[in-house]
Design a protein around this ligand. Structure first.
Ligand code: GDP
Ligand code: MN
Length: 381
């Protein structure tokens, strides 16, 4: 789950990482009131789950309440790479002397958390990694030993920070960022930029914070930060119905049991010249309840022209899935042709159940490749 900048900063503050004072706002009037409360110059910041807001015109300095209201009008409703701005964060403006970059994420290859730090902050970190890799200091933390203070010093010295006061503040922030990362079961905590003010104060001016979905049950306060309105409505419906669903851009709706099989199905659809409309995993189940839920989600996507059910029966029994499909067809009206490939445990029984019932928009195929071909052909109409 990705958090908005201001939510990430709330978590930073909870772990003692310095941030600027601010207020959320959803209307120009609220932006004005927030600026009044904060006093002086403020920054009006678009809250969207994508980076590069500055370049896209989503971050503007304002001289006072009236100007904040004006800037809020300009930013609210702005489309930043497909994300429409509905919330603003009004923050007391900072003076910036230097912009650094600090993050912690998982290095899956090394099976360890990885810190990255560079004094070349403010810009795309990918650009730094590519053009000036020696400027990016990388350091793994052994999760069993935990974080050690010398690691923070190595990051700071390695990047060439030479002011002792800065070194101390950054090292403290590194330790707190590790606490935040572990304490919230995060997958990414990024501060870009981590700034130094002319007075020599170091603080987080931005936040990118991703928490592991599977750990949210431990963090109801973070779960409550989820912005349901901003999510894709179909993905929200899927989450509500406990269906694993990812929206894609093609015409063939895909349903399989197991993520590996679904991924292969996407490939096979592409191989025969089609485009998948989604990724939908029934998981180990395949009972009528699950099939109905998945079909409900898939058929709500207006781009879907045909549906390809790809089931390999292992633990899931094909006869069970076949009954699920029939029960689903009784409960919801499905205008699309449905291609079903059943293989594995009780496959023959499953196919017989389908052919006995013989719904007219249902096509049974014996192999994945034939099924994919048929689905793509039917999607073309
Ligand atoms: P991003 O573009 O989505 O990464 O948003 P950031 O929060 O990182 O802001 C982008 C840039 O706006 C920063 O790198 C700063 O240069 C500038 N900026 C943001 N907040 C302030 C502020 O309080 N004062 C000043 N002077 N510049 C700011
Ligand atoms: Mn940033």
């Amino acid at each position: 789950m990705d958090l908005y900048e201001y939510q990430g900063k709330q978590l930073f503050a909870r772990f003692g990482i310095p941030v600027s004072e601010g207020r959320p706002a959803t209307t120009p009037a609220e932006a004005r009131a927030a600026a009044e409360e904060l006093g002086g110059q403020v920054v009006v910041k678009a809250q969207v789950l994508t980076g590069g807001r500055g370049k896209a015109g989503g971050i503007k300095l304002a001289d006072g309440p009236a100007d904040a209201e004006e800037k809020a009008k300009q930013i609210l409703g702005l489309d930043i790479r497909g994300h429409v701005v509905r919330t603003l964060w009004i923050e007391r403006a900072s003076e910036i002397e230097k912009e650094y970059y600090l993050s912690i994420t998982f290095d899956r290859g090394a099976k360890q958390p990885l810190f990255m730090f560079t004094t070349q902050g403010g810009i795309d970190i990918e650009e730094v990694a590519e053009k000036k890799p020696e400027a990016l200091v990388r350091l793994h933390v052994d999760p069993l030993e935990g974080f050690q203070p010398w690691q923070a010093r190595r990051l700071v010295y390695g990047a060439g920070v030479d002011d002792p006061d800065e070194q101390k503040q950054i090292a403290a922030i590194v330790g707190k960022l590790y606490d935040a990362f572990v304490g919230t079961d995060a997958m990414l905590c990024e501060i870009n930029p981590l700034i130094v003010t002319p007075e020599g104060e170091v603080k987080a001016l931005d936040s990118k914070f991703t928490v592991d979905d599977n750990a949210l049950y431990k963090h109801p306060d973070i779960e409550a930060m989820r912005d349901v309105a901003a999510a894709d409505p179909l993905e929200a419906l899927a989450r509500e119905k406990d269906v694993t669903y990812v929206k894609l851009d093609g015409e063939v709706g895909i349903l399989g049991n197991g993520a590996g099989l679904v991924m292969s199905t996407l490939d096979v659809i592409a191989l025969v010249g089609g485009r998948p409309a989604n990724f939908c995993d029934l998981g180990g189940g395949g009972d009528a309840e699950g099939v109905v839920a998945a079909l409900e989600v898939i058929t709500k996507d207006p781009q879907v022209k045909a549906i390809f059910f790809n089931i390999f029966g292992g633990i899931t029994r094909c006869d069970e899935v076949a009954r699920g499909i029939l029960a689903a067809l009784e409960r919801i009206e499905i205008p699309h042709p449905i291609v079903v490939r059943l293989d594995g445990t009780n496959a023959e029984e499953g196919r017989k159940i389908l052919s006995d019932a013989a719904p007219q928009n249902l096509y049974a195929e014996a192999t994945m490749l034939d099924g994919a071909r048929r689905a793509v052909e039917l999607a073309r109409g």
